[in-house]
Write a protein that binds this ligand. Sequence first.
Ligand code: ZN
Length: 501
Amino acid sequence: MKEKLEALKKRFAVVDDLQRAAALLSWDQQTYMPRRGAAARAEQLATLQKLAHEHFIAEENGALLNDLADYAAQLPYDSDEASLIRVAKRDYDRARRVPPTLVEEMARAASLAFEAWQRARAESNFKLFQPHLEKNVELRIELASCLGYKERIYDALLDQYEPLMTTAQVEAIFTSLKPDLVALVQAITRRADAVDDAVLHREYDVQQQWEFGVEVAKRLGLDFERSRQDKSPHPFTTSFALNDVRITTRLKPNFLPSALFGTIHETGHALYELGYRPELERTPLAGGASLSAHESQSRLWENIVGRSRGFWQFWFPRLREVFPAQLADQTVESFYRAVNKVSPSFIRVEADEVTYGLHIMLRFELENALVERRLAVADVPEAWNAKMHEYLGIVPPNDAQGCLQDVHWAYGDLGYFATYLLGSMFAAQLYAQALREVPAIPEQIARGEFGELLAWLREKVHAHGRKFTLDELARRVTGASLHARAYLTYLKTKFGEIYGV
Ligand code: ZN
């Protein structure tokens, strides 16, 4: 059996090499590639991805996985071997269920939809995008039927991003959060003037912003011998190897948080990718457990740590050395309040911590209604605006600032959005547990010491790679499945104090 396992690992290592070579080409495309390289790059990426897919779904892999099933059952559930076989089997079965013709059709429809979406958004004309969204929704309904599901059609789509989590579970968690979140937003909105964030919109030299961001990332624990940061229009993290993880950021001269919190966010993703055990490299267990698990790491560092008072007790004096004129009239307290301003707004990616969740619930609810055919695509703008009004008390003036704002539906990525909010919740749940086990963490943060928190996350979360599902991870580390309570307590405590509500 050991030989079969070694044979399987060798085959998976080839798949991993191909995937990471594709990731490198994609990273280059988004950072340094000259514009006219795009056509050739698209061909190269398609070739590598097709090769990776073919190598992964090969009959030989299925045979080896079947032969190893009994062997895996005798091993401890959390052993490297049993986990590799279990997780790879899940990936393999899922990949085999989707016919290559459907994959091609989805890719083609998505690229047409992306073009149409760009135009529709620029002109704020939903009608231009509508037939493409209809096509994308139909193809996802077909995809879901290929993938299979027990209860809800959305389960199959969600499973692509959050393995084994069900729509009903997400609904239950969101439902337990929504009324309190809506009430909190309303209470804060009545006291909107309590926080002034004008300081964030002053002029900040972009090179100095860059250098400050790197200084923060290093101090948080990002090793620049194993990673690097570059610029891109949309910040992201990607990994080519355990010792080669890339992050990007974007710099805006008139908006300090963009690069600062963007860099901290991506640093959180990068620390996760740098933290799995070396034994898992070049196997299907390399990387993060799921999209929600990944987002829990980025948001823990960006929001729970990076937007905490203690964090700015340490960093504000340093930031004022870099930008003395811009911050002359500020204190730690005024700056802390500024980076935590809450205000209902139309655009999800610019939303604050409190309103963010409601943007996600809206999308999750509409996506479910679409694939269950309870909502026609033509009625999306109206449904969107009604929910914006209900949850945030505002209605977008046009569809560009409403249902056309996100790229996800153009790509056909239905089932994705929920992971952003689940990640925020898991971050709060993890952090609460970390504080129970290491109560000194907040004092350490206020002294600019982040090593013990990182070590805790390494041991509890990062080291396992993709071994466990989000639910398994939550129960192992915190003793409970994912829930909204820690997140709600965190939001109510922090913003209740800031806004006096
Ligand atoms: Zn992220």
